[in-house]
Design a binder for this molecule. Structure first.
Ligand code: GDP
Length: 298
């Protein structure tokens, strides 16, 4: 329900407009498909994915000898679900012990996501520790401490400017000695300096691999849905500097650009695992392709 509510603007941008197009035609022709294409592109699905979708839809329409525009919607929904690579695993790793590395540029909702995730996992009965390794911003450390104390989760931190890998190292020692289930690590997200970012993430990954080899791994990239196609290009860049196992798309509430999820899963083959639909602690939802497509297109 929360997902559906969060996606209401995207539904207006996409589902409602698709229905308007379909209602304006008496038979299926190239003009109708072109109008559909325009709707999908303006709904932030991206050029590449839209082209593939429309080509596949045209094929299906021909194969099934469909003439009536009112029959297009279920076919389009199926094509969208197929384009999203349903085999992608949307579950986040929580076997004990797991290190969840959280990456993404500043302002996308990284800190908030870590707070919500820590509270959710704690609520599921897991013991959780947060390592505040975004040492670039003092505010990030303070914010995590606030989220941590609210959720009853310890936050391992150093001073602003400290070596992020050293914070992660301390986090690992704490997680090992307390036999914690999950260690969530914040990181700094300075995308404008790709070489530095890559070096920092490599160093962090090296420390985890060396000192916590038994841990399961999850690397979540946090993206801001309100930035639409820019989120897609951020994902491409981060995908070059680090191995990503899942995406968290924040701020879906209040944006019409929720169609970008289709592009993320289709173009980059990365599973969206969680979505943010508000600022509250309960506003982090598990993602599921069927629920999503049903919510944006009715
Ligand atoms: P960071 O710089 O990436 O750590 O970003 P923050 O976690 O500080 O979040 C930036 C702003 O976005 C804050 O005001 C958050 O409350 C807000 N925010 C984060 N996630 C969501 C979300 O899912 N929905 C909404 N509406 N706001 C969010």
């Amino acid at each position: 329900q929360k997902l559906k509510k969060g996606l209401s603007k995207t539904r207006e941008e996409m589902g409602v407009k698709i229905n308007t197009v379909l209602g304006a035609y008496v038979k299926i022709d190239d003009d109708l498909l072109e109008d559909l294409e325009d709707v999908l592109i303006s709904a932030d699905i991206g050029m590449t994915t839209t082209m593939t979708l429309i080509d596949n839809l045209r094929e299906t329409i021909i194969q099934n000898k469909v003439n009536d525009p009112s029959q297009v919607m279920p076919l389009l929904k199926e094509e969208i679900k197929k384009a999203m690579n349903p085999s992608l695993n949307a579950e986040i790793e929580t076997a004990s012990p797991t290190v969840i590395l959280v990456i993404g540029v500043n302002g996308v909702g990284k800190t908030t996501t870590i707070g919500k995730l820590a509270a959710r996992l704690k609520g599921e009965g897991k013991s959780v520790i947060i390592a505040a390794a975004d040492t670039f911003r003092a505010a990030a450390i303070d914010q995590l401490k606030t989220w941590g104390s609210r959720a009853g989760v310890d936050v391992i931190h150093h001073q602003e400017g400290a070596d992020p890998a050293a914070v992660i190292y301390d986090g690992i020692q704490a997680a090992k000695s307390r036999r914690s289930d999950i260690l969530i690590c914040d990181t700094a997200g300075r995308l404008h300096n790709k070489a530095n970012l890559m070096k920092e993430l490599e160093k962090i990954n090296r420390v985890i691999g060396r000192d916590f080899p038994q841990a399961h791994r999850e690397t979540l990239l946090v993206l801001d849905a309100t930035t639409g196609q820019n989120a897609l290009s951020q994902a491409k860049t981060f995908n070059e500097v680090s191995e990503i196992t899942g995406i968290v798309l924040t701020k879906l509430d209040g944006t019409a650009k929720g169609g970008v999820i289709i592009a993320l899963q289709s173009e980059l083959n990365l599973p969206v695992k969680l979505v943010g639909v508000g600022e509250g602690v309960d506003d982090l939802q598990k993602f599921n392709i069927d629920d999503y497509v049903d919510a944006i297109i009715e």
